[in-house]
Ligand binder design. Structure first.
Ligand code: ADP
Length: 616
């Protein structure tokens, strides 16, 4: 007896002891494996020069043995060699579910099964023993894999007619809660196949019992019935498919326990022909914002699965879209041909346009839903604007939302600009951890007092994204923390004032490029602004990036002082009477301004000491 690999062992335990309520999905998993195995062989026959295989001959057969509580599922697909049996069934293929379990609630098995494909092992939710008899296409030898669960598995040589695989499930004994016996009932299996596997493109057949009356006598006879319609959902007419059917297809295919936010069922004719079924999830997948996430759409060509994740079909900024494309690509030569590439590109362009127009439509007609979408995936759109030096900004700029400081709700750039008063020169924005903290920023005071709205940039990427936009509808973006905000806030500095501000600049010893009096501030004594391209927020973000430059990047900082604040009186007094003390105060004011900006002060201990000295 061979032992399962440790991680397979754990998934297996999970299955055997599962309290998951939808155990019936094991049928879907096994049938989908059969379909994949047939796809693989059929694909080979189309491209690899195998002859003598006809599409019509492929089938999946279910046999029920009610008396012995045995369910058999057989396919005539590509089959497995002994080595493949060992590698594929001894090790869990989708260890994604296991990683997820490790990171999250360790006792929560219910969700995991719902969220991920659990594949072959799901059979152990209902089986006390599973046998897999398989013969690889082109091989003379068949093998039998047997396992009764946790203890391990055995593989031995066996006999089998023809290539393919037969999975035999020996059902568990019934318990109070669970009647496993239902999985050998004809009507139950018929329902389950219809529910989960109707669109599998090969016939799923089952021998069923029928009755007829002959010469007044009722008699029983057997007949083979094809249980699935074989028409994939995406090939059906939109009008014939219900929301429930789309939702279930999405949940089953992409392992999401929640319904999709948006379903897009499209078909195109003309230069390229295809049908696409696309979904926008209602929330980011657990690994969406990590480098482990892989974007892509499932690609079928003339009904045959070519690849599970075709990356080229989705741009990065729409990587959250799930779904599939069934195309009429000419597959007859080779997948690598230029012709094939060209067609794929055309489809990708069409799909991108379609996604964009559906999102625009949602934005215009169902704002609440759009905001839900944007909360989940807006970051990706903003990243898309930034990526490639703004190459895609025109496509994306009308899809992004920012929170308006005035309205405390999401607005589009278009909405912001439409409401700009005539005397407002710039699109104002402010960075900050939250709308609340931005509201409290001294730099915002002047702008809001003028009646101008401010866009709140609360994600690190925001400011970089708008930098790559440069402007929107010819209006330039301007940070409320830049020295020039296009509103006159200068204060006539007398010769004495100038002496004082120069002294402060000296005292700060290169930390700021300028100290000036301004009327920008109402209630606060000081704030920091920046001159030039680099803002203080960008300095903060760039320096905290993993690949930050060794010599820290520095924004050209300006310390602005509120000329009508009592602190300035103190400053002037100290300048006349106690310059050493003013030096200390200068440092404290500077550090204070940094803290308000959300930037760490260089030396917190020194700041604490200085404050104490000034108090004492
Ligand atoms: P997945 O289908 O996600 O890869 P499974 O655990 O369901 O994960 O299956 C593991 C592997 O075993 C499959 O990738 C496939 O290579 C192989 N396999 C399972 N069932 C069959 C089958 N009926 N015919 C051929 N190969 C199969």
């Amino acid at each position: 007896m061979k032992k399962f690999k440790t991680e397979s062992q754990r998934v297996l335990d999970l299955m055997i002891n599962s309290i998951y309520t939808h155990k019936e999905i094991f049928i879907r998993e096994l049938l989908s494996n059969c379909s994949d195995a047939i796809d693989k062989l059929y694909y080979k026959s189309l491209t690899g020069g195998i002859s003598g295989l006809n599409r019509e001959d492929f089938a999946i057969d279910i046999t029920l043995d009610k008396e012995n509580r045995i369910l058999k599922i057989a396919d005539n697909g590509i089959g497995m060699t002994a080595e493949e049996l060992e590698n594929n069934l001894g090790v869990i293929a989708r260890s994604g579910s296991l990683n997820f379990k490790k990171e999250n609630e360790p006792n929560e098995d219910v969700n995991i099964i719902g969220q991920f494909g659990v594949g072959f092992y799901s059979a152990f939710m209902v089986a006390k023993k599973v046998e897999v008899l398989s013969k690889a296409y082109g091989s003379e030898e068949a093998n039998l894999w047997v396992s009764e669960g946790t203890a391990g598995y055995e593989i031995e040589k066996a006999e089998k007619d023809g290539h393919g695989t037969v999975v035999t499930v020996y059902l568990k004994d019934d318990t109070e809660e669970e009647k496993y016996g239902k999985y050998v009932e004809e009507y139950e299996i018929r329902e389950l196949v219809k529910k989960y596997s109707d669109y599998i493109r090969y016939p799923i057949r089952m021998e069923v019992t029928r009755y007829r009356t002959e010469d007044g006598k009722e008699e029983e006879y057997k007949e083979t019935e094809t249980l699935n319609s074989m028409v994939p959902l995406w090939k059906k007419n939109k009008k014939e498919v219900t929301k429930e059917e789309y939702d279930r297809f999405y949940k089953d295919t992409f392992y999401d326990s929640e319904e999709p936010l948006l379903t897009i069922h499209a078909s195109a004719e003309g230069a390229v022909e295809y049908k696409a079924l696309l979904f926008i999830p209602s929330h980011p997948q657990y690994n969406y914002y990590t480098k482990n996430y892989e974007k892509g759409l499932r690609l079928y060509t003339n009904g045959v699965l070519i690849t599970d994740l075709c990356k080229d079909l989705l741009p990065d900024y729409f990587s959250f879209v799930k779904g599939l494309v069934d195309s009429e690509l000419t597959l007859n030569i080779s997948r690598e041909t230029v012709q094939y590439d060209r067609q794929l590109k055309l489809i990708a362009q069409n799909i991108e346009k379609k996604i964009k127009s559906e999102l625009t439509n949602l934005l215009e007609n169902d704002r609440e839903k759009y905001e839900k979408f944007f909360t989940a995936f807006g970051l990706q759109l903003k990243y898309g604007i930034y990526d490639n030096w703004g190459a895609n900004k025109d496509k994306l700029q009308d899809l992004v939302l920012f929170r308006s400081l005035k309205k405390d709700k999401f607005v589009t750039l278009g909405e912001y600009v439409a409401e700009m008063p005539e005397n407002q020169k710039y699109i104002y924005y402010s960075t900050g951890a939250s709308v609340e903290s931005i509201k409290a920023l001294p730099q915002c005071e002047k702008v809001t007092e003028e009646g101008f709205d401010v866009l709140c940039m609360t994600d690190s990427i925001d400011e970089f994204a708008i930098r790559f936009m440069f402007n929107y509808k010819e209006k330039e973006f301007r940070s409320v923390a830049s020295e020039d905000i296009g509103i006159d806030d200068s204060v006539e500095e007398s010769a004495e004032d100038k002496e004082v501000t120069d002294f402060l600049k000296e005292a700060l010893d290169g930390k700021v490029g300028k100290v000036k009096l301004s009327s920008r501030l109402k209630t606060h004594p000081v704030c920091l602004t920046s001159e030039g391209e680099l803002t203080i927020e960008m300095e903060k973000v760039i320096n905290s990036m993993p690949n930050a430059p060794k010599d820290k990047i520095k924004a050209e900082k300006v310390l602005e002082i509120n000329a009508s604040h009592p602190v300035f009186e103190t400053v002037k007094k100290l300048y006349a009477e106690d310059k050493d003390r003013l030096k200390m105060l200068a440092e404290v004011l500077y550090d204070q301004a940094l803290l308000i900006e959300g930037v760490a002060v260089e030396n917190p201990t020194r700041l604490a000491d200085l404050v104490c000295k000034l108090i004492g």
